[in-house]
Design a protein. Structure first.
Ligand code: ASP
Ligand code: MG
Length: 594
């Protein structure tokens, strides 16, 4: 006999008929012998409706009262579902977040879960009852010591369910929704998108825009951190859905269920080389050609970055195994002058580098982490040759001789234990059965911006990131230019990044005091962009994946404005109007349509 947590979303309990069908499904699970905790959302569009009511009374409803109001939606569902179960002869008891003991931060409207007291639920389960829990809500102690109702943020009942499952040590958490599971891409743009049977939590987090449409990202972070098997499936069918997996096994302890340390590993890969190209023509097909000659020569590249320089040509850089550096330099140089453009591009090679990465769920959503990594290295006089970021990882390429020192500094800064420090690249499995790319996502809510003239001294890039993170602005993709430009302060570089579009003006204000100190430095806001990302944990072990993506875009006539990769994600920034076509082309090129 195992314990299962089953969560039913608003559409699954959207009518009395659907609610009864849910009760029937729960009855079956219970009769098969498992203990069941059910978490439910408010019925149908109730939460929207309640929000509308609040707004029609007040333009800015007080957060405390809004939580009081919104939490009522879930309370209706639990009572009705519990009645429906009892009608079917199943012992059941409903509980609010407070009755369960879901303790959160005292932040109305966006509270994160600190801990869950499981005794009351366990007692009810031991008595043979199904426990029906209100999702989305918890309880917090306010500054003056009073108990308050909090909510976790829209879509938060997924997070309630997964947190409860982790705290109870459940065998699995099943999220029932109105889609069959997680698809390879957005089916509204690519109708041939296929259902994925399995996907890792890391991959799901990287597919941010795609993933968020199916599951609350915080729910995925919890499942990842605690190694909880999570299934997304339809409440309308018996299809098994998509299973999300994680190989981490953190124990739920203390009072920081959702607020655990943001960084859970540090990885160092030594013996890396870097090839930097400047003045690469800015036109479709160039990145594809370069990648193809490299994979044609049997050279597997690791990180790739590209950004626009001087508004006319691109900078490009990639890292690879040190032993392949000379050959890579030769094959790439052979293309110089043969890719069009007004002048041949320039190639430089740097040996003896190392890649240092911080790993943790939701690392980009906590902008302070990258900034603090860069600052720690900068204070020690360690320069960053390259920066690569993704949802679950921030990597820096540094001089190999500084690797030991950098490792010690970061280990201390992020309080990591020896078992959280990995000194080797994760080896590829021999016959990897899973395809290199699992899914492709399109992100349209972002803009590009660059800071020109960041002094080329240690800590300068960190200062830019810090100024933004102090203002709570999350940078997603960050690319540091390889080319230097001359400013009154000496050599300087450009830093390009993508950020939420509505944060552009805020970023300008946040950076102003810093940029004033650097003559010649300025923020150049870019237009709206689309970012297409291909994601797959098997990518580092499959040569030519990036080249294939670049080729697909080139063949569709789409120019790539910016490239940023991490181990499990390749992102290309394209003009906004090319976004959907780019998504289709990339999805097709990886045979994701089956
Ligand atoms: N009822 C809440 C909402 O609509 C929570 C949820 O459904 O997950 O956002
Ligand atoms: Mg939902």
């Amino acid at each position: 006999m195992a314990l299962l947590v089953q969560k039913f979303g608003g559409s699954s309990v959207g009518s009395l008929e659907r609610l009864k069908a849910v009760a029937e499904r729960v009855r079956k699970t219970r009769h098969a012998g498992d203990d069941v905790v059910v978490v439910v959302s408010a019925m149908g569009k109730t939460t929207d409706e309640l929000t509308r009511l609040a707004r029609s009374i007040s333009r800015h409803p007080p957060q405390r009262e809004l939580d009081m109001l919104l939490a009522s939606g879930e309370q209706v569902s639990i009572a009705l579902l519990s009645m429906a179960l009892q009608e079917l002869g199943v012992a059941a008891v409903s509980m609010t977040g407070q009755q369960v003991g879901i303790v959160t931060e005292a932040a109305h409207g966006r509270a994160r879960i600190l801990n869950i007291r499981t005794e009351r639920v366990r007692t009810c389960l031991a008595e043979g009852a199904v426990v029906v829990v209100a999702g989305f809500q918890g309880t917090a102690t306010s500054a003056n010591g009073n108990l308050e109702i909090t909510t976790l943020g829209r879509g938060g009942s997924d997070t309630s369910a997964v947190a409860l499952a982790a705290a109870l040590g459940a065998k699995c958490c099943e999220i029932y929704t109105d889609v069959e599971g997680v698809l390879t891409t957005d089916p509204r743009i690519v109708p041939s998108a296929q259902l994925l049977e399995h996907i890792s939590c890391d991959e799901m987090l990287e597919l941010a825009s795609l993933g968020a449409a199916v599951l609350h990202p915080r729910a995925v972070e919890i499942a990842r951190n605690y190694g909880l098997p999570l299934v997304v499936r339809s409440s309308l069918s018996d299809h098994p859905g998509t299973c999300l997996t994680s190989n981490r096994r953190q124990r739920v302890a203390g009072a920081a269920l959702e607020l655990g340390k943001p960084v859970d590993a540090l990885e160092l890969v030594r013996h890396q080389g870097l090839v930097a190209l400047s003045h690469v023509p800015d036109r479709p097909g160039v990145a594809a050609r370069l990648s193809e000659v490299l994979s044609g020569a049997g050279i597997n590249v690791d990180l790739i970055v590209q950004s626009l320089h001087e508004g006319a040509s691109n900078d490009m850089a990639f890292t690879l195994e040190r032993r392949d550096l000379e050959r890579a330099h030769a094959v790439v140089s052979a293309l110089s002058g043969r890719l069009g453009g007004t002048r041949p591009f320039v190639v430089a090679a740097y040996p003896e580098l190392a890649k240092l990465s911080l790993v943790g769920a939701g690392i980009t959503a906590r902008p302070g982490v990258a900034a603090s990594m860069f600052a720690t290295l900068g204070q020690a006089g360690i320069s960053l040759r390259m920066i690569a970021t993704s949802e679950v990882k921030v990597s820096c390429v540094i001089e190999d001789r500084a690797a030991g020192q950098a490792l010690d500094l970061l280990r201390e800064r992020f309080a990591l234990t020896p078992s959280q420090v990995h000194l080797e690249a994760i080896p590829c499995e021999d016959e990897d059965s899973s395809p290199a790319v699992r899914g492709v996502a399109l992100d349209c809510g972002q803009a590009q911006a660059s800071v020109h003239g960041v002094p080329d001294w240690p800590g300068a890039a960190a200062a830019v990131c810090r100024a933004l993170s102090d203002d709570n602005i999350s940078l997603d993709t960050i690319v540091q230019s390889e080319c230097t430009r001359q400013t009154p302060l000496g050599a300087a570089r450009d830093l390009a990044f993508t950020l939420p579009r509505q944060a552009l003006e805020q970023a300008r204000q946040a950076l102003a005091p810093l940029l004033q100190q650097w003559p010649g430095a300025e923020l150049i806001p870019g237009g709206p962009i689309a970012r297409v990302s291909a994601v797959g944990a098997g990518m580092p072990c499959t040569a030519g994946t990036a080249g294939r993506m670049f080729r697909a875009l080139a063949d569709a006539g789409i120019n790539i404005a910016m490239i940023a990769t991490s181990e499990i994600r390749i992102s290309c920034v394209v003009a906004q109007e090319d976004g959907e076509a780019a998504l289709r082309a990339v999805h097709h090129s990886f045979n994701l349509a089956g």
